[in-house]
Design a protein around this ligand. Structure first.
Ligand code: 4AD
Ligand code: MG
Length: 430
């Protein structure tokens, strides 16, 4: 007998199958018990008719607690009333393990309670849908870079120096030396792109963010392409092309999950090239004209980004932020050194920054001065300066935050549901 999963159930119509899963819910009516069985790929109604099973099996189906694990054998039958179009008529029921009373009931629970039980909360339909979308986003990201001439090159997690400022470093002891969890693989990708051409790294990154927001995690995943012989304009073109591709692929691959999440697909389907390019000065003007009191020179907070993106119907690319609010490695605008050759892609619908990047400083002397000006230890960056010493080229890249992208595509109000086990300011268990 074939072992079926719910997502592939249609191909077994009319046949007997073995289905293994957990009891999500049940109801009874006379000589019938209706078991909602979920197996991770979906949920299917398994109908237990008294005449088809032993008295012991029929009795078990009447008393089985939620989340008990079980195996059923039965015939797959088309049923137009089923949300998935099929049911299983049970011929055998085997209880694998009877569950204790499950803490999460089909009723409203507070977020704190659900986060405490994150390992169990993940079994709910909504969380399953989010994680299935997340996996599709990862696949689309990889497919884009793999098929556009980028090579996957991993960057280290343990690093000797800061990339994105010294205030958000997780420090640890590396055999008597200080080491840090990586904030970004970028500096390494700048070196590897001089070895391998266009590259990308994709892995977990860490920031000791002391603010509690709906957009920040301490541990998040970032994909970072890096391109030699590329400038800011090229970087913006790639970021835009990449994002349009990812959103399109995910809508195609995960429509049922997005519908389950009640995501309004219209704003996602409207995402097309080109994204408006908005100079930082223009962004400040738009913000001030719309009631913000942000002064020239400030970086944008989440509220500023929301206010700004509301003026557009698709993602926007803000470029040339003041050099003073950006990292040491940013190239200065050759026409005015107050600005950096930076860019952020801001997502619509209040989601804000999903991509940050820019053109890198390629002059050895300018970069050395920037390291000093940022108060960073020169010794730790000597290897990085070598990239400028030996065949420096204009180069650029960016980083896309995976969890912010999941939140946006799924339409979630908070980043905590975008990763299986979020690491937040106030807590890191389970
Ligand atoms: O803008 P960021 O800090 O840029 C960099 O790290 C560059 N080194 C990337 C590069 O050019 N290779 O971070 C990039 C993206 C942000 O746009 C955001 O989506 C995400 O990473 N991000 C976070 N996501 C969740 N929680 C946090 N604490 C995040 N910090 C950044
Ligand atoms: Mg940023």
């Amino acid at each position: 007998m074939d072992r079926a999963t719910v997502d592939r159930i249609a191909q077994f119509e009319g046949n007997d199958v073995l289905l293994q899963g957990w009891l999500a819910n049940r109801a009874s009516k006379g000589k019938l018990h209706f078991l909602q069985v979920r197996d991770g790929t979906g949920t299917i109604q398994c109908v237990v008719f008294k005449g088809n099973v032993t008295p012991e099996e029929f009795d078990a189906a009447d008393h089985l607690p939620q989340e008990s694990s079980l195996e059923v054998e039965g015939a797959v039958r088309k049923d137009p009333r089923s949300p998935i179009g099929f049911e299983i008529d049970v011929k055998r029921l085997r209880v694998v393990s009877v569950a204790e009373p499950f803490p999460i009931q089909p009723k409203e629970h507070g977020t704190g309670f659900l986060m405490e039980h994150r390992h169990l909360w993940l079994r709910s339909r909504r969380q399953v849908a989010v994680l299935r979308v997340r996996a599709a986003i990862v696949k689309a990201i990889r497919d884009y870079f793999d098929s556009n001439g980028f090579l996957l090159v991993d960057s280290p997690i343990l690093t000797p120096a800061a990339c994105e400022g010294t205030t958000t470093l997780f420090e640890l002891d590396y055999f008597g030396e200080k080491a840090y969890l990586t904030q970004s693989g970028q500096l390494y990708s700048e070196a590897t792109c001089a070895a391998l051409g266009k590259v990308y790294c994709f892995g977990p990154t860490f920031r000791a963010e002391k603010s509690k927001t709906r957009r920040h995690l301490m541990e998040f995943w970032m994909v970072e392409p890096e391109m030699p012989f590329a400038d800011l304009d090229e970087n913006m073109r790639v970021a835009e092309d990449f994002l349009v591709y990812v959103v399109g692929r995910v809508i195609e691959a995960r429509r049922p999950e997005l519908e389950q999440l009640e995501r309004d697909l219209k704003p996602l389907e409207a995402i097309r090239k080109p994204f408006p390019r908005v100079h930082y000065d223009e962004a400040i003007q738009v913000l001030q004209a719309n009631g913000s009191d942000i002064p020239w020179g400030d970086d944008f907070g989440g509220d500023d980004e929301t206010r700004l993106t509301k003026q557009y119907d698709r993602p926007i690319i803000v470029h040339r932020y003041p050099a003073a609010v950006k990292a040491f490695y940013m190239k200065k605008d050759p026409t005015d050194p107050r600005y950096s050759m930076s860019m952020d892609v801001l997502a619509p619908e209040g989601y804000g920054e999903v991509i940050g990047g820019g053109q890198r400083e390629d002059s050895l002397d300018v970069l050395r001065n920037a390291i000093t000006a940022h108060g960073l230890p020169m010794e730790a960056f000597e290897w990085y300066l070598d990239v400028r010493r030996y065949g420096s080229v204009p180069h650029a890249g960016f980083g896309l935050g995976l969890e912010r992208t999941v939140a946006w595509i799924c339409g979630l109000g908070h980043i905590r549901e975008t990763i299986p086990f979020p690491r937040m300011l106030e807590k890191m268990t389970p």
